[in-house]
Design a protein around this ligand. Structure first.
Ligand code: ZN
Length: 165
């Protein structure tokens, strides 16, 4: 059985539940969007969960932000297909949904109230876009990438034995 993740914004206007096979908070994204939107340490931690199981209370308080990206990978400027859902009352970032991968949502670990498993290794990504003051804490067993890793969140969980069946 997948694990049930319960999450909420800070003020409680939005609460959600979603099931996940992949609950380990191992993936640290240093991109400019994650950092600005909710990355107090210079990165955000993205989980993956099963979109079809998402239940939201307080839907009317949700806002959706679609970032305009203009960087080396998007030289002409482009609006991200990713829909970053946040609470319009308190500003907490909650999850990302991208219609390119409609079966998944990516809750931010920071919005989850349930206990999460502690990962034995981390993946650091988008390091090319980290802010100068951020000193990534990359352990010997960690993997680090300028842009994206080839390994999916599902594959990481299967390789490390953290996949929840
Ligand atoms: Zn709120």
């Amino acid at each position: 059985m997948p694990i049930l993740l319960k999450g909420s914004c800070h003020c409680g206007a939005v609460r959600f539940e979603v099931e996940s096979h992949t609950p380990a908070p191992y993936q640290l994204c240093y991109c400019s969007i994650c950092r600005k939107q909710q990355g107090g340490g210079g990165y955000a931690i993205n989980l993956a969960a099963i979109h079809a199981t998402l239940n939201v209370e307080g839907q009317e308080n949700l806002g959706v932000y679609r970032a305009r990206i203009h960087d080396d990978e998007h030289a002409t400027g482009e609006t991200s297909s990713g829909e970053r859902n946040f609470c319009r009352q308190c500003g907490s970032a909650l999850w990302l949904y991208d219609p390119k991968w409609p079966e998944l949502i990516h809750p931010f670990a920071s919005a989850i109230d349930s206990d999460l498993p502690v990962p034995l290794e981390h993946t650091h990504l988008m390091l090319k876009y980290r802010s100068g003051w951020v000193e990534p804490d990359i352990a010997p067993q960690d993997r680090a990438f300028d842009i994206y890793p080839a390994e999916s969140i599902a594959d990481w969980h299967k390789r490390t034995g953290m996949w929840v069946d």
